[in-house]
Design a protein around this ligand. Structure first.
Ligand code: HEC
Length: 156
């Protein structure tokens, strides 16, 4: 009861009547909807307009790319360059599967960015073969630049 009095006191001091307070907060769903619309509008990246059936497949592929980068970094730290090189070629390189994935996208710029990324993945695999940490990190950086560049340009 004491808390209720304090709340009422606060609402009164702030000059807001209770019905007005309730009205403001009752339309939460509408406010959230408006917020989402604004967020959507302020996202200036090009939409690929992916059909629903491609969305999940693409995100799954992306999470696998992230996991591959993570594995490669762990392997470099442990000096396992051969394993890191295999991961780079198999998971990030331009395998027939990746080539086929990239070809499914209509947007030319996106497809080219994807192909460049996979070629960099193969170059990373080659750099790792040299077992030279500096060259390997340099190639990893170049590869991740592709991730950053594409994410800054496109959304689903
Ligand atoms: C050719 C373009 C392209 C490249 C290259 C690319 N991505 Fe993506 N990635 C996307 C798009 C498009 C999305 C969806 C983003 C959106 O709609 O907001 C995405 C989403 C993701 C997501 C979110 C997955 C989820 O489940 O929500 C992760 C993680 C990700 N990418 C990791 C990577 C990593 C790591 C690399 C590089 C090793 C990479 N991506 C390279 C285009 C790309």
């Amino acid at each position: 009861m004491k808390q209720m009095m304090i709340l009422l006191g606060l609402v009164c001091i702030s000059g807001v009547s209770l019905p007005a307070w309730a009205e403001d907060h009752g339309d939460m769903a509408g406010m959230m909807h408006q917020h989402m619309m604004q967020t959507e509008a302020s996202d200036k990246r090009t939409s690929l307009h992916l059909p629903a059936h491609m969305k999940q497949q693409q995100l799954t592929m992306m999470r696998e790319h992230l996991a591959a980068v993570n594995d490669i970094i762990a392997d470099i730290a442990e000096g396992k360059f051969d394993a890191a090189s295999r991961t780079a070629h198999q998971k990030l390189g331009l395998t027939p599967e990746m080539q086929q994935m990239c070809n499914m996208f209509d947007n030319d710029e996106f497809r080219n960015m994807g192909l460049t990324f996979h070629k960099r993945g193969d170059a990373l695999g080659d750099a790792l073969k040299t077992k030279n940490v500096r060259r390997s990190l340099d190639a990893l950086h170049t590869t991740i630049n592709s991730c950053v560049q594409c994410h800054a340009t496109f959304r689903q």
